[in-house]
Design a protein around this ligand. Structure first.
Ligand code: HEC
Ligand code: HEC
Ligand code: HEC
Ligand code: HEC
Ligand code: HEC
Length: 183
């Protein structure tokens, strides 16, 4: 069977081929990785030889690739109890690792980002119209001090809004169920 291709396919293919040839030539002359990679990998991952350990073709870094190494068993073997349970539940829920981890920030760069003390992400502000953590919380001073939820109209209405899905102690990780509307 003969399937006619649109006539525009030829010039596009030609352009892409030229681009590829051009890139290959250019990349050979320089350090090929520096063309693609935005910055050095962290000390934790510097030993990883191939980009495809974390990157999937056309999709960028994926959670499935991370979990290929950082499996349920990996956390059981390596991590403290709380970190282990936290991550095993993220893996089971299919939560994206990239919400809280990054890469290519340089050899000494930290790859645990942003949300360390904020389990809700920016979503909390978008969804509730609040501007500060202290609209809903009192924070103990010093590391390891607990975060207290204030009993006010904001928190009460948040529990009510879930139509049953907002269970006390169970719904701090908003992005597990909600998609942030803008970043
Ligand atoms: C340990 C896992 C890991 C390895 C190995 C790795 N990357 Fe990445 N890369 C990431 C993560 C995570 C991000 C997303 C960073 C962000 O946006 O916070 C990223 C982002 C990028 C980006 C920015 C565009 C995008 O897809 O988000 C490029 C380009 C990139 N990596 C190229 C490379 C190249 C080239 C290599 C091989 C030399 C490589 N990476 C190896 C984890 C990795
Ligand atoms: C090829 C295996 C491999 C892949 C794939 C991989 N990692 Fe790692 N990762 C490691 C090893 C090994 C360490 C170092 C463990 C140690 O130092 O005990 C590490 C360490 C880490 C750490 C600890 C950093 C710290 O501050 O202690 C984080 C966070 C992490 N990886 C996240 C990720 C994420 C997110 C991805 C996917 C983008 C990923 N890793 C992909 C092997 C991998
Ligand atoms: C909601 C935020 C969040 C998500 C999602 C998340 N992490 Fe983490 N991760 C953290 C924080 C915070 C730490 C630091 C914990 C500590 O050291 O107390 C951490 C630590 C780690 C470590 C080091 C563990 C150790 O015991 O040294 C690895 C490896 C890691 N994360 C991988 C992953 C992978 C893989 C995923 C995706 C399945 C993921 N993380 C998802 C926040 C997150
Ligand atoms: C609109 C109200 C609201 C705002 C604003 C808010 N939170 Fe929360 N936060 C909650 C609620 C509700 C819970 C308890 C959820 C539950 O019971 O599972 C919670 C729980 C937490 C927890 C405990 C998580 C756990 O797993 O036990 C921490 C830590 C936290 N918030 C930090 C923050 C930080 C940091 C900010 C600011 C970036 C913030 N929150 C902003 C409503 C809010
Ligand atoms: C276990 C899943 C789950 C988690 C975690 C969760 N929600 Fe929800 N949420 C729901 C469901 C289900 C509804 C009801 C949706 C509906 O009625 O259409 C809802 C409704 C809402 C609504 C009202 C409807 C809307 O989209 O405006 C708001 C606001 C909301 N959630 C905010 C939050 C915030 C903030 C957090 C984190 C503190 C959170 N949710 C965590 C499942 C969840």
């Amino acid at each position: 069977m003969y399937l006619p291709l649109p006539s525009s396919i030829l010039p596009i293919t030609l352009a892409l081929t030229l681009l590829l040839i051009g890139w290959l030539g250019w990349a050979n002359e320089r350090d090929p990785e520096s063309l693609w990679a935005p910055g050095d990998l962290s000390q934790y991952h510097a030993e990883i030889g191939t980009c495809t350990s974390c990157h999937q073709a056309f999709r960028g870094p994926t959670t499935a690739k991370c979990v290929g190494c950082h499996s349920l068993q990996w956390f059981a073997d390596i991590s403290e109890a709380t970190v282990k349970e936290f991550h095993q539940s993220k893996i089971r829920n299919g939560r994206s690792c990239l919400d809280c981890h990054t890469e290519h920030r340089g050899r000494l760069g930290q790859i645990v980002i942003g949300e360390t003390g904020n389990p809700h992400g920016e979503y909390i502000f978008l969804a509730t119209g609040t501007r500060s953590c202290t609209d809903c919380h009192a924070f103990g001073s010093g590391p390891g001090k607990p975060t207290m939820l204030l009993e006010n109209d904001l928190s009460r209405s948040l529990f009510a809004k879930g139509s049953g899905a907002h269970q006390p102690g169970e719904f701090a990780d908003c992005l597990q169920c909600h998609v942030a509307r803008s970043q």
